[in-house]
Design a protein around this ligand. Structure first.
Ligand code: ADP
Ligand code: MG
Length: 589
């Protein structure tokens, strides 16, 4: 001391302890780093054992490529990595690790043991490290692969040990870390044991849906829709939840980019945005999305635990995610099916484009049965394309007219691959909602002057609401004049269908918009509020008999919407019964 030199280079041990502060936050981060190493080593199977939430004991064993003795010793040095050589290699790096920090950091804050044997049959090694100092190096016998054991984590760093949570919470965090990796490494088997109890046992999986089924059960997997589209060189694949199955809590939301889990609030918002009007706001649909894009378009080296990434063009990624999810929700196969729930696929190359394999379902080919001898319904004279499938056609003809409306509430539609059951009210709601939202952009809805204007006396709060919303009522087709003394005159009304009850609809809307309802409270803005209310109150009701032409028109207009399978309450408009399921039920397959 006493010299003019106060700056010193830290010893490796101290540097490692400092690095450990960033990389090794808690037992779960140790588990994550070790399992990532196993995956980088090409493991087909990874086994993790925890005791006391990992605070006293963590073991990660793999059957990966293992290490030679010199490599094993080197691996414990700071910045020792086999995964990159130059800074350029960082771009598009596909391994989980690349900083060479995890092993020395973990070894600096625990009693650490590494056992490893290389696949080439070389000798196996065991290295023991305590508080960052190698205490023994032995030759042992073991099969190829690596086992790392971490005992007494943070015992030599009491400040850190104090912040660890109860064992249960640490176990949950560790198992969540494993789940993330299991969802992105389908071909690898994973086992997790905590205090001798098995928590996870995942065999290698063929696809994301079967991994999800192994993790959370087939029920959960059954509510998921598979998607896989490419937009702008960005591939968006994975699973999203059917809107009608979405719940307020418990939604599982995972993002991966080029095989790597990451967090991104904006992209979560993108997914929620895509679900708009198919689920009530606040619901948290499950999604597991795998993004793939060129390595030069994403920087994975921006976060100490690599939990976040930076896209070179976040706006386009956002847009692509919205588009991909939206398109999947717009496909008919996103409506629930009758039969055992299985993750439902759709073969789509790109949203909007017809499926080149010919197996896709958008747009659905309707196979209505032509009513020949004028049933008298207005507009019925336009014959619809007959079915292309002879067996179904034969059945169809044997059926009496109106046979296709069930209890004046459901419309049965034969399609190329089975039967759709359409809820006429929900379907019309979706149609009206989208049409009204579109008209807000344009000139507003058409309306009809009433021969006898309606004079209505309203409750005070309702009268005020009508005064406030006057312009918007006009935009949906109601021309309303506030007359004073809580009285309004309706001069013109929209005409969404021939059975429309203008007065009933207007009164219901006024009540709903004044007092609120789950539906209108879920709207984002006044336009959406009034469109939802009008759609719900103005749609054809259950119990309304429809002519065949009317049914056909309704179904045609439904399929012209962006999201035909879902109404504005978060319910399905359609149930699907596939030929496959029918064959199964009749014991034909
Ligand atoms: P990084 O993963 O960033 O390279 P680590 O400190 O996690 O840094 O690991 C250092 C090196 O040790 C790795 O690059 C790899 O060569 C080797 N290694 C670590 N774990 C394993 C394992 N389970 N199997 C084979 N090699 C491993
Ligand atoms: Mg690593």
């Amino acid at each position: 001391m006493g010299t003019d030199r106060r700056i010193r280079i830290l010893s490796d041990r101290v540097a490692n302890q400092i690095a450990a502060g960033e990389v090794v936050e808690r037992p779960a981060s140790v588990v994550k780093e070790l399992v990532e190493n196993s995956l980088d080593a090409g493991a087909r199977s990874v086994r993790v054992e925890l005791r006391n939430g990992g605070k006293t004991f963590i073991l990660v064993a793999d059957d990966g490529e293992g290490m030679s003795r010199p490599d094993a010793l080197l691996a414990l040095d700071r910045h020792a990595t086999s995964k990159i050589r130059t800074a350029e290699d960082l771009q598009g790096v596909s391994s989980f690790g690349f900083r060479g920090e995890a092993l020395p950091s973990i070894a600096a804050v625990s009693r650490f043991e590494l056992e490893t044997a290389p696949v080439d049959g070389g000798p196996a090694t065991r290295i023991r490290v305590t508080g960052g100092r190698i205490v023994s190096t032995d030759e042992i016998a073991r099969r190829p692969g690596t086992t790392v054991t971490v005992r007494s984590l943070f015992q030599n760093v009491p400040a850190r040990a104090k912040f660890l949570r109860a064992a249960g919470a640490e176990t949950r965090a560790a198992s969540e870390a494993i789940l993330l990796l299991a969802l992105s490494n389908l071909r690898t088997a994973f086992h997790l044991e905590s205090n001798g109890r098995e928590l996870l046992s995942l065999p290698p999986a063929e696809d994301p849906a079967s991994r999800v089924a192994d993790i959370w059960g087939t029920d959960e997997a059954g509510h998921l829709l598979e998607l896989d589209v490419e937009i702008d060189g960005l591939r968006v694949g994975g699973l999203i939840q059917r809107p009608d199955a979405a719940r307020l809590t418990g939604g599982r939301r995972y993002l991966f980019v080029n095989g790597r889990p990451f967090r991104d609030r904006a992209l979560v918002r993108a997914v929620d945005d895509a679900y708009r009007t198919t689920v009530a706001p606040g619901l948290r649909p499950t999604f597991i999305l795998y993004l793939r894009l060129g390595g030069e378009r994403v920087d994975v080296n921006v976060h100490p635990a690599k939990a976040e990434v930076r896209f070179s063009d976040p706006g386009r990624v956002y847009q692509a995610v919205v588009e991909a999810v939206r398109a999947r929700l717009g496909a008919v196969s996103s409506a629930p099916g009758l039969g055992p729930d299985r993750a439902s696929r759709v073969a789509e190359s790109r949203p909007g484009e017809p499926d080149p394999s010919g197996e896709g379902e958008a747009p659905p080919q309707l196979a209505f049965f032509v009513s020949r001898a004028g049933e008298g319904a207005p507009g019925d004279e336009t014959p619809v394309e007959g079915t292309e499938s002879p067996p179904l056609g034969a059945v169809g003809r044997a059926v009496r007219p109106h046979a296709w409306q069930l209890h004046d509430a459901y419309i049965l539609v034969s399609t190329r691959d089975g039967l759709l059951i359409v809820d006429q009210h929900s379907a019309h709601e979706r149609v009206l909602f989208e049409e009204i939202m579109e008209k807000f952009q344009g000139s507003g809805a058409e309306s009809q002057r009433l021969l006898f204007p309606l004079t209505l006396r309203l409750a005070p709060a309702e009268f005020t609401a009508v005064e406030e919303l006057g312009g918007l009522f006009r935009a949906v087709g109601f021309e309303v004049e506030a007359f004073g003394d809580r009285t309004v005159i309706v001069h013109a009304a929209p005409n969404p269908h021939p059975y429309f009850d203008a007065e009933g609809c207007f009164r219901d809307m006024v009540a709903e918009l004044t007092h609120g309802s789950d539906l209108v409270n879920s709207a984002r803005n006044q336009h959406e509020r009034i469109a939802k209310s009008m759609a719900c109150k103005g749609a054809i009701k259950a119990g309304q008999p429809l002519s065949r032409a009317e049914m056909e028109e309704l179904v045609d207009r439904l399929f012209a919407t962006e999201l035909p399978g879902h109404d504005v309450h978060g319910r399905p408009t359609i149930l699907r019964l596939t030929m496959e399921e029918l064959a199964r039920r009749f014991g034909r397959s």
